[in-house]
Every structure is written in C-alpha cells, then in structure tokens.
Design a protein. Sequence first.
Lengths: 112, 116
Amino acid sequence: EDKVVQSPLSLVVHEGDTVTLNCSYEVTNFRSLLWYKQEKKAPTFLFMLTSSGIEKKSGRLSSILDKKELFSILNITATQTGDSAIYLCAVLGLVTGNQFYFGTGTSLTVIP
Amino acid sequence: GAVVSQHPSRVICKSGTSVKIECRSLDFQATTMFWYRQFPKKSLMLMATSNEGSKATYEQGVEKDKFLINHASLTLSTLTVTSAHPEDSSFYICSARVRGTNTEAFFGQGTRLTVV
C-alpha cells in the first residue's frame, strides 16, 4: 500500500535549536517529493526533490532526498518562533496518472 | 499517534454526478477540519473550514453550493462535490485540528478526483 509517514508528529524546541523532520515513503513509481509549511490560509510550498543526494537550501531551511532508503529530511537551523508551523510532506507517484500521497504533517513549536 | 483517514484515495466519476470524500480523525477529536485543493505548480488552496455542529466557512471564490461540507461529529467531516465537471478534477486534502489546541493539526492522505 502506498503511503507517506512523517516523524515526529510533534516537536517542541527552543529558539536557536536545530531540528530535523523526517518523511519516509512507499510510493509506486516515485516522481518527486514536496515539502510544505502550513501557515495562514494554506500550506506554503518549500521544496521539491527529485534526485537523491542533492541538497536544496533556502535560508535556514534545507532538505535532501534518499531514493535508495526512501526518505527525505527537512532541516531547520537556528530556529525562530516564526518557524512554528506544521510541516507537510507529499510524494508524487505515477499510478495510471499522477497521484499525490500526503503525510500527516509534523507540528513544530519553537519557544523563546 | 494522531491519524487522519481520508477516503477514497482515488475516485473517477462522470460529469454531472456527485462524489463524497470523507475525512476522519481516528484517535482524536477534531472540532475543526480544513479542506484544501491542490492546484498545478504545487500550491494548496484552502477551500473551507468546517466546525463541528455548525456551517462551514468558505473562502472567497469557493462555491458553497457546489462543494458541500458537513461536519456532523467530532471525528468526521465530508466534502461532497456536486454536479462535478472536468475542471473539478484535482487533489483534495483535509486536515483536522486537535480539539483543545490552536496549532496541532494533522493531514489526511489526499483524494485524487478525476471527472470524465
């Protein structure tokens, strides 16, 4: 059964800490993995990963994909209270057409 | 851990028919559930917010008579796409906020709707 699993489900850290969020998947005919940050009205797109071992960075956020072990991590360094959000992982597979599978999300709380 | 079950994961329907998508929180109560639609270029759009026992709040531009939302219990919300058109084909995803929190919410697996 195709699925996407995120861990941990929730996390509380102090400002300045570094966090690592995990996303593992079992998806037929993997095409890409996407990370979103849930804020305000709807999740905001962060990264799309298609190739193993190539790190994508945006400021204090970075992400990498391992297609052999079927997982991705999202790192946030020097966390700030504004990083508090739900981080959602989605995987695009190909099953008689494009099919997205979503993880449950990781709820991150950064306390001052 | 908290799990949100969304069903079905994929559905194909004919133009003009209606299709119902369910979102269930399996091990927690959810007073608030959210429905999203995914558009090309990866963006997710909030369609509506449903609160248990009351009418859903729809975002601007979302037709409430077309996308019927019912939140009849603390663990179940449904989205019914009525008189479906091919342009309604998309991915729909729900999330459920844990009762008693303002921030904790978990997402369903998503539903791919294809209208032919």
